[in-house]
Structures are given as C-alpha cells and as structure tokens.
Design a protein around this ligand. Structure first.
Ligand SMILES: *[C@@H]1O[C@H](CO)[C@@H](O)[C@H](O)[C@H]1NC(C)=O
Ligand SMILES: *[C@@H]1O[C@H](CO)[C@@H](O)[C@H](O)[C@H]1NC(C)=O
Ligand SMILES: *[C@@H]1O[C@H](CO)[C@@H](O)[C@H](O)[C@H]1NC(C)=O
Ligand SMILES: *[C@@H]1O[C@H](CO)[C@@H](O)[C@H](O)[C@H]1NC(C)=O
Ligand SMILES: *[C@@H]1O[C@H](CO)[C@@H](O)[C@H](O)[C@H]1NC(C)=O
Ligand SMILES: *[C@@H]1O[C@H](CO)[C@@H](O)[C@H](O)[C@H]1NC(C)=O
Ligand SMILES: *[C@@H]1O[C@H](CO)[C@@H](O)[C@H](O)[C@H]1NC(C)=O
Ligand SMILES: *[C@@H]1O[C@H](CO)[C@@H](O)[C@H](O)[C@H]1NC(C)=O
Ligand SMILES: *[C@@H]1O[C@H](CO)[C@@H](O)[C@H](O)[C@H]1NC(C)=O
Length: 507
C-alpha cells in the first residue's frame, strides 16, 4: 500500500483498543528509538516497550538470546532482535483462545491478509511443539481464515471478526470499486482475487499440522474453505471464450480510476486461453495482473496442493470419503498445474512471470513472494535447477524491467511502488536461491545497509535516495528476513556465526 493518506486514515481506527496509550507503531518505526548496535551501522533497538507488545512468548525470547549470542556482526544481531518478534510484538490485534479466533494485521494497515499471515508466522513454526500458547494462537488464525475463505474465497484481505468488537476500517482503495461476486465490507477489507492468497491459507494449515500433528482444525468450516478453494481452481482454470464465443467470467473487478484502476473487458482484464494453470486477477503485490497465468503463484499452488494431500493422508482424514476425495483432487491438480508450468511458461530455459495461453508472455519479476526469484523458497524446484539458474540471471539484471541498481541499493521492485524502488524482500528471495557465499553476503549487506538507519525491513527503498523508502511497519518483510537468517543459521552457520555449528530453534 503506497498512500500515506491511507495510512493516516487507518491509524485513527486504532483509538479505543487496549493499546490506545501505546505509541502508534507506524510513527514509532520512523524514528530511531533505543540504543544503537555496536557495529558500523549502529542500528537502533526498535521493539515496542513490553507493555505495548501484542503477544508474549518466552520461546521467542529464547531464540533472540540464542541468536544474539552467536551472530558475529552486532548489526545483524540487532536486525534479528528487531525483526524476529515483530509479528507478535505488533500485529496480534485480537486473540481469544476460547473462541479460537485471532486477528493479525499486516502492520501499518488494520486488515488481515491471507498471504501476509502465512509469512508472518512462518519463522515461528519450529517453536510450536514447545510453546502451546503460540500453537493455540496459530490455530486461531487458521480458524479465523477458514471462516473468511469459506465465505469469500475470491478475497485476500479481511476485517476483524465481529467477536473482537474492533471496528471495520474503511479502505479508501476499495471505495467505488465494483466487484463480482459482491462482498460485504464489514467482513472484507479488499476483494482482489489472487490465487496465492489461498495458497497462503493452505501453507499455514499444513505448517501447523506438520509440527503439532494436531488435526482438530480440520473441522466442517475448514473443509468448507477447502471446497471453496477447489471451486475457484475449477472456475479460474477455464479459458475466457467458450466454444460459442460466450465470455466466461466468474469474477470481475473494476475500479473508478481514483485510487484503483479501471479494468478493461468489463473488469476481467486480458482474455485467457486454457493452459492447465489457474488464472489470477491481481498479483501478490495487489496490483492488477497483465496476463492471468502467474507462473510463481501456480508453482506455489502445485506445492501446497501436494502438501494438502499429504496432511489429509497423515492425519487419517482420507478414511472418510470427503477427505479421500479432497486428497485425490489435490494430488491430481498439483501434478497437472506443475506440468503446465513447465510446459507452458518456459522458453529457452527462462520462465515467464505471466502468460495468457495465446502465446503472450511477460518476462519480468515482481518482488512480492510468490515471485520467480523465490521458486526454491516456495519448494517448487531446486536452486541448482538449470531453469532457475538461467531465469535468475535474467531477473537480477537488465533483462528484467523491474530490476534497478543505484549507488547503495539494488534489487527487484515492481510497479506497486515504482520501478526505481527495489524491495529488500527480493534480496531475501535471492539468498534462498543460492549457495554461493559471496552472493549471500552481498544480498545480506544490501539489506542491512539500507534500512534508512532504522533497523527494520521496509517494503521498498529508492535507488536515488536513502531517505526515500516505503512502509516503515511491514511485518511480512520483517518476518521473512528473520526466517532467512534462521535458514542461514542451519545452512551456512560459518558465514554469520563465530562458529560453524548450526543452530536450530526449539532444540
Ligand atoms: C506482555 O508482557 C508485558 C509485561 O512484560 C505486559 O505488560 C503485557 O501486557 C503483555 N502483553 C500481553 C498481550 O499479554
Ligand atoms: C565474534 O568474534 C568477534 C571477533 O573474534 C568478537 O569481536 C565478537 O565479540 C564475537 N561475537 C560473539 C557473539 O561471540
Ligand atoms: C473469550 O470469549 C469468550 C466467549 O465469547 C468470553 O466468554 C471470554 O470473556 C473471552 N475472553 C476474553 C479474555 O476476552
Ligand atoms: C461500507 O460501504 C458503505 C456503502 O458504500 C459505506 O458507507 C461504509 O463506509 C463502508 N464501510 C466500510 C467499513 O468500508
Ligand atoms: C462478472 O461476474 C459475475 C459472476 O460473479 C457474472 O455473473 C457477470 O456476468 C460478470 N460480468 C462481466 C462483465 O464479465
Ligand atoms: C515440517 O517441519 C520440518 C521441521 O521443522 C521442516 O523441515 C519441514 O520442511 C516441514 N514440512 C512441511 C511440509 O511443512
Ligand atoms: C469428488 O467429489 C466431486 C463431487 O462432490 C466429484 O465431482 C469428483 O469427481 C470427486 N473427485 C474425486 C477425485 O473423487
Ligand atoms: C555495506 O556498507 C559497508 C560500509 O558500512 C560497505 O563496506 C559495504 O560494501 C556495504 N555492502 C554492500 C553490499 O553494499
Ligand atoms: C548512500 O549511502 C551514503 C552513506 O550512508 C549516503 O550518504 C548517501 O546519501 C547514499 N546515497 C543514496 C543514493 O542513497
């Protein structure tokens, strides 16, 4: 979200909750707060004071202590200390274990995004077996999302549950937008259809099951959400034209040209032809798609559907005909979507970001995950796969229209902010995609050197001016950074620690 007007309007919605006396973190995060770290960057301590934190966890505090004792660079230690707890420190707007409901905001906007939450919790999963309170919180997030998805599977960002007593926020970017199927703005914050949002819900579900072996979240509402996901998959894999040239549309969205663009063809965008992939309407950036078949989102869908089948089998759900049916559908779609990604998007070993099934392909990348650069992180292919190696070379250079390099910062951005504001998140994805020590360190320090001296990970950073960055409070970016450092702690300990002994949280 780029509009500062928008942020200011929403900040007002905070008043009246239990943390009303605490400073607004969007403002707090724009000024250096606590003591600087001992390294050359002197990064400030940016955690909110204990009474203003939105969830406490001793297991999270232990990981911070453990990592600080090992990280050889005090600036990286400070970045970890600020970013690892950011989701729990600042975004748990509501949690009631009895109701099994939690409302998790993205940061500076008071709404819950399905995609963001899957990433906001990804770095905590290893702790769940030893931290029952944290596990209960994640289960409550899944349950709240099952409610959203079962009712509005085409939407990606939501309002607080009514039980919370929190008021819904008015989204300036949704005012005047026409969307079909229609939505209720008391439940839906924004109804942009992005297939990866549904993948986020699936990822949260399987990650929780994987570490807890608790299948109690697979209740009627969760199954209803899964059914709706397959409805969307079936609807959005169809081409735009039927045999008689009727135009097929299950979902359409068009703005009023003010904060949201008008969309051609009655809000459908560019026509698509059948490919075996599932179309999407907006990108993970919430920007309108150029072509419907987003390669990285289909890659993620294929991976998550395979995991969905696995957890249904592992939890014994396939003993029922409902569970068996879903598991079989998931396996079948996972295979066919993956086959289509390889067959329809790769030319000369380079993946297109988007295709339309008519031969149209757009070679580029956008920083938001799922991106092409993040294919290894998503679990779709190995980082040494020749197709990834060749695609990565294009993405991290002038062959990608959204790659930009300046004096201090470089990386992949996207049109969401603008072409000259690359995102730190792209450098995190790049780290997941290589085993080369020099490349890893280069990306790591591009990120660390470019926090505008604030010690938090921002949405984007201008290549022209250090002071020009977006989103001071962006929990997903903070979480993704911490997740990446924990990955290096196991994969490349000698690069970041004083010793070569790997570190695994929760052990
Ligand atoms: C977290 O702990 C602090 C005391 O250290 C307390 O003031 C605060 O209310 C706690 N937060 C929550 C959400 O329980
Ligand atoms: C790591 O080693 C450096 C240099 O040997 C030393 O200055 C630093 O204090 C050590 N850091 C930790 C966390 O042990
Ligand atoms: C949680 O929800 C239950 C059921 O609505 C309610 O009785 C209880 O007071 C709530 N707990 C808190 C801490 O708000
Ligand atoms: C919902 O829509 C109505 C009618 O357009 C508008 O008056 C109201 O402010 C909106 N509420 C929210 C929370 O967006
Ligand atoms: C928009 O989608 C609805 C279904 O949600 C459909 O009935 C309608 O025909 C579509 N309109 C256009 C212009 O495609
Ligand atoms: C399950 O958890 C283990 C250990 O944390 C992790 O290595 C693995 O990737 C996870 N698998 C899935 C499918 O989430
Ligand atoms: C699952 O059930 C639906 C109807 O409920 C049916 O159309 C479909 O063929 C079944 N799929 C499998 C793989 O059993
Ligand atoms: C980060 O900044 C330091 C100076 O503080 C500089 O030596 C280093 O080259 C920079 N690293 C990158 C990747 O820009
Ligand atoms: C690059 O970093 C230096 C040192 O922090 C700073 O003085 C300069 O303004 C930065 N340049 C840009 C274009 O951000």
């Amino acid at each position: 979200m780029k509009s500062t007007f928008f942020v200011a309007v929403l900040a007002a919605a905070f008043a009246g909750n239990v943390w009303a006396q605490c400073p607004d973190y969007t403002t707090y995060a724009q000024t250096a707060q606590g003591n600087p770290s001992n390294g050359p960057l002197g990064l400030p301590y940016m955690r909110p004071s204990p009474e203003c934190r939105t969830f406490n966890s001793t297991s999270v505090e232990k990981v911070i202590t453990d990592m600080k004792a090992r990280l050889k660079d005090p600036d990286l230690a400070r970045l970890f200390e600020n970013t690892f707890p950011n989701t729990l420190d600042t975004t748990v707007k509501y949690f009631n274990a009895t109701e099994n409901l939690a409302f998790i905001i993205t940061g500076d906007i008071t709404a819950q995004w399905l995609r963001d939450t899957a990433n906001q919790f990804a770095h905590y999963f290893a702790l769940l077996p030893s931290d029952p309170a944290l596990a209960t919180l994640v289960k409550a997030v899944i349950n709240n999302e099952a409610r959203y998805v079962s009712e509005y599977p085409y939407c990606g960002a939501f309002q607080p549950p009514p039980e919370s007593g929190l008021a819904p926020s008015v989204n300036g970017a949704a005012v005047g937008v026409t969307v079909n199927p229609p939505v209720n703005n008391q439940t839906v914050f924004e109804c942009k259809y992005e297939i990866d949002s549904l993948c986020g819900f699936l990822k949260l579900s399987r990650s929780y099951y994987n570490v807890t072996k608790d299948a109690s979240f697979m209740d009627a509402q969760w199954y209803s959400a899964i059914d709706q996901i397959f409805r969307v998959i079936n609807e959005q894999s169809q081409g735009s034209w039927d045999a008689d040239f009727n135009f097929i549309s299950y979902y359409n969205w068009t703005g009023n040209g003010q904060q949201s663009p008008t969309v051609d063809n009655g809000g459908n965008g560019e026509p698509k032809a059948y490919t075996g992939m599932v179309g999407t309407h907006h990108r993970p950036s919430d920007d309108i798609s150029v072509f419907a078949f987003l390669t990285p989102a289909n890659a993620m869908l294929s991976v998550e559907l395979a995991h969905l089948s696995d957890i249904l089998v592992a939890s014994g759900q396939t003993k029922t005909s409902q569970g068996k049916n879903i598991s079989e559908q998931a396996t079948s779609w996972s295979k066919s979507v993956s086959a289509a990604v390889w067959a329809k998007t790769l030319v000369d070993n380079v993946f297109a970001y988007e295709t339309n099934g008519f031969g149209g392909r757009y070679v580029m990348d956008d920083a938001n995950v799922p991106s092409l650069l993040s294919l290894p992180f998503l679990g779709f292919l190995d980082k040494n796969d020749p197709a990834y190696v060749a695609t990565r070379k294009v993405l991290l250079g002038r062959g990608n229209p959204y790659y930009a390099a300046g004096l201090n910062f470089s990386g992949v951005g996207g049109p969401h902010v603008d072409a000259w504001n690359p995102w730190p998140m792209s450098q995190i994805s790049a780290i997941y995609g290589t085993d080369d020590d020099d490349e890893i360190l280069q990306s790591l320090y591009l990120i660390a050197n470019n926090t505008a001296g604030l010690g938090l990970i921002h949405e984007s950073q201008s290549i022209y001016s250090e002071a020009d960055y977006t989103r001071p409070w962006f929990a997903w970016a903070n979480s993704y950074f911490a997740e990446m450092l924990l990955d290096l702690a196991q994969r490349k300990p000698a690069l970041i620690f004083n010793s070569s002994k790997p570190y695994t949280p929760g052990q």
